[in-house]
Design a protein around this ligand. Structure first.
Ligand SMILES: O=C(O)CCC(=O)C(=O)O
Length: 260
């Protein structure tokens, strides 16, 4: 399987690409069953809503695995971290051969999975989840360049009501001034320079098995989940083989998986 010229051009232009029905339903259900068991028992390392929303920029850069969740009275898991090492089913999805040529086309070279960052089951729990503000994932990542993308797998329906991802198309190609970002490096939607951009946001409903590939500098956000059902997704990140993490940063703290 290969991407068409139009798909590659679309990714370069907009910064994201949706592959409809890429993963089969059976695989999604298996991933979901395992994820639910880990969520039910809060199997570490996890990140809670409080940690996700409350962290300062500095804490986000150096955050260590696990621990803090035991301090929280009301524990709402935001993500299961380090999923590559949790289960063979997760590992197989991340290493699946069908997606490799597509990632190679978009990165322009062999993909390498970086386990330091997105390597997670992401959740939006009913009622207790919080909104995710506009941000670029790359803000806390430390690599030689920005040739990285994330692979998001919808394990069920994702829509406006339960917090589907929204993107600002083309934002990965813009050089922003520091003042366009606020506390914790979230994009300021009420800044005069940002308003039109934020208004151009795009959102597409996702269905079980859909995959979204998105560039690490693409601005994205998500609503709270206003439904009664958890929204659970899988996300991991790949870098171009020649794009190494900067030594002695969190990005170099974890191993890589060379896909070959
Ligand atoms: O809230 C979400 O589901 C989006 C998560 C996200 O954008 C992130 O963790 O980088």
């Amino acid at each position: 399987m290969k991407l068409t010229h139009e798909q590659v051009a679309d990714f370069k232009e907009k910064g994201y690409l949706i592959l409809r029905g890429f993963a089969d339903a059976e695989l999604c259900d298996t991933i979901l069953d395992i994820a639910k068991a880990h969520l039910k028992h809060c199997v570490p390392p996890i990140e809670t809503e409080l940690e996700y929303g409350g962290k300062s920029t500095e804490e986000r850069v150096v955050i260590s695995d696990g621990g803090a969740e035991h301090l929280e009275e009301q524990l709402t898991v935001r993500r299961l971290r380090q999923v590559y090492d949790r289960d063979i089913v997760f590992r197989r999805w991340m290493e699946n051969a069908k997606i490799r040529p597509l990632l190679t086309q978009l990165l322009g070279e062999e993909p390498v999975i970086t386990l330091a960052h997105h390597n997670s089951i992401m959740t939006k729990m009913p009622h207790r989840s919080t909104e995710t503000s506009w941000h670029q994932d790359f803000r806390y990542w430390r690599f030689e360049n920005d040739n990285l993308l994330s692979v998001w797998l919808a394990l069920g329906e994702e829509n406006d009501s339960n917090g589907v991802l929204e993107f600002i198309p083309g934002s990965h190609r813009i050089s922003f001034a520091p003042e366009q970002f606020g506390e914790k490096e979230y994009f300021l939607t009420d800044h005069p320079k940002n308003r039109n951009l934020a208004a151009a946001k795009e959102q597409s409903e996702l269905h079980k098995g859909d995959v979204v590939l998105f560039h690490c500098k693409l601005l994205h956000r998500a609503n709270q989940n206003q439904t009664d059902k958890p929204k659970i997704s899988f996300v991991y990140t790949v870098r171009a083989k020649s794009n190494h993490p900067i030594a002695n940063t969190r990005s170099s703290d974890f191993s890589d998986v060379v896909l070959g």
